[in-house]
Design a protein around this ligand. Structure first.
Ligand SMILES: NC(=O)C1=CN([C@@H]2O[C@H](COP(=O)(O)OP(=O)(O)OC[C@H]3O[C@@H](n4cnc5c(N)ncnc54)[C@H](OP(=O)(O)O)[C@@H]3O)[C@@H](O)[C@H]2O)C=CC1
Ligand SMILES: O=C(O)CCC(=O)C(=O)O
Length: 431
């Protein structure tokens, strides 16, 4: 939906507002609106029928002021340079909000993995690494999964990179299976982080999750696991959807059984005891919690007025347009922005990278405990600013936290030119 909206321009507008609100040196915005490096690559792949197809792959390295680049790789027919740039900018913000020692990056290939065989996907994944090899490395740029890529794709990519290097380089990619250097808890981490943020929001708003109703858009890694975790916390999951459509049952769905049904049939549609609903109907359901966990620009000016949820936890990147944000503000819907709500994934990717670099592997309890700690701290930091600045919403505040951290690093590293004047201004604003 709404691919016409340029997500990168919209993301830049959030950054500009934050730079202005903090009264920062305009150079901060100039740096953040221009990705440090972008690469488009032709990736030739031999298809199973003997033909050759050339795919277009992208890697955008947005800003490395906080550390090496980090961000997932998306395989999807709608991938283009603007989308990858937006996703990379959001990674910079996300890592900054969580206080992770990473810069933001993102990658993608314009393709439809649903129409490709496993062998073709493997050749494409390896081709992507051959093409992007000069940019990547555990101290340079560390990819991870995103839409329509998963632990298996990460393993092929890590294996290809290791083959070129001549030794195992587990730390070049995160989101791998535990047996080849992955972290326990990474697969669940994005959803777990999102549900932690929802839990914190519910507590702040005085909403009990026990018996609360929830709807989830997208039933992949983030959506299906968020539905299960919310269900385990006592929520009634009344609707879920995937790219083929949605299902609704006001008495509640069993998320584990729905996932099994999807594994068997390819879609949630037709799940016994449910009735079909479309995307618009799902977003407009009478429920307490809404989790968009699919693609960008799903909640728009056209449908935001119909939303009845009290809390939106943005599992997806960029699911809400600025026009929709204004309407949701008016309606007092509490939106936990993507750069906070879905940051659990990159947080546990960071833990995976630390484990790869040290060679010592943590228990799942340890991973989840540290994730909990980081998510709660980040939520509190953003929420405290939100409580203090009554004119701003949670997204505005998350950008303030991120841009402030980024600008401080830029200033300290000498990226902004004359420092003293800038610091005086910054101190004045933050005082
Ligand atoms: N994986 C991660 O660690 C992270 C992911 N995210 C974000 O979360 C979102 C989901 O990613 P992830 O779960 O990993 O991806 P997956 O590929 O695992 O799942 C994507 C899901 O979205 C569904 N979908 C696609 N288009 C639509 C649509 N128009 N309406 C409803 N559902 C749709 C897909 O349907 P179908 O199953 O039919 O194909 C699938 O169920 C993305 O925005 C991603 O960037 C953010 C942070 C980290
Ligand atoms: O785990 C990571 O490194 C990045 C995940 C990602 O792509 C995202 O948070 O959008």
């Amino acid at each position: 939906m709404s691919k016409q909206l340029n997500s990168f321009e919209l993301a830049c507008n959030h950054v500009l507002s934050a730079v202005k609100r903090l009264n920062l040196n305009p150079a901060v915005y100039e740096i953040l609106r221009n990705p440090e490096r972008v690469l488009t690559a032709a990736i030739p792949v031999k298809m199973d029928d003997g033909s050759l197809k050339v795919f277009t792959g992208y890697r955008v390295q947005h800003c490395s002021v906080l550390g090496p680049f980090k961000g997932g790789i998306r395989f999807h027919p709608d991938v283009d340079m603007d989308e990858v740039k937006a996703l990379a900018l959001w990674m910079t913000m996300k890592c900054a909000v969580l206080g992770l020692p990473y810069g933001g990056a993102k990658g993608g290939v314009t393709c439809d993995p649903r129409e490709m065989s496993l062998d073709e996907l493997e050749r494409l994944s390896r081709g992507y690494i051959k093409a992007m090899y000069p940019l990547l490395g555990r101290e340079k740029d560390i990819p991870a999964p995103d839409v329509y890529t998963n632990a298996r794709v990460m393993t092929w990519m890590m294996d290809e990179f290791s083959g070129i290097k001549g030794y195992n380089e587990f730390g070049v990619i995160t989101g791998k299976p535990p047996v080849v250097g992955g972290s326990l808890g990474r697969e669940e981490a994005t959803a777990r982080g999102c549900v932690i943020a929802v839990r914190e929001a519910a507590a702040a708003l005085g909403i009990s999750l026990n018996g609360a109703t929830a709807a989830v858009q997208g039933y992949g890694n983030v959506g299906s696991i968020a539905a299960r975790l919310l269900h385990e916390m006592g929520c009634r999951i009344i609707a879920v959807s995937d790219s083929s459509g949605g299902i609704y049952n006001p008495r509640g769905l069993d998320p584990v059984a729905v996932l099994q049904f999807k594994k068997n049939t390819g879609t949630v549609k037709g799940y016994p005891g449910s009735r079909p609903i479309n995307n618009e109907e799902l977003l407009a359901l009478n429920c307490d919690i809404l989790i968009p966990a699919a693609l960008e620009n799903q909640i728009t000016e056209q449908n935001a007025r119909n939303i009845k949820a009290r809390i939106i936890g943005e599992g997806a990147n960029g699911p809400t347009t600025p026009g929709a944000d204004r309407i949701l503000n008016e309606k007092k819907v509490f939106v936990i922005p993507d750069i906070l709500a879905n940051a659990g994934g990159v947080t546990v990717s960071y833990f995976e990278w630390v484990q790869n670099n040290t060679g010592y592997y943590w228990s799942e309890e340890e991973v989840n405990r540290r994730l909990e700690e980081k998510m709660v701290a980040a939520f509190k930091e953003v929420y405290q600013m939100y409580k203090a600045r009554k004119d701003l919403n949670m997204r505005d505040c998350a950008y303030l936290v991120a841009v402030r951290r980024l600008s401080e690093a830029m200033w300290l590293r000498g990226w902004l030119g004359k420092g003293a004047e800038y610091q005086d201004k910054r101190e004045a604003v933050l005082a």
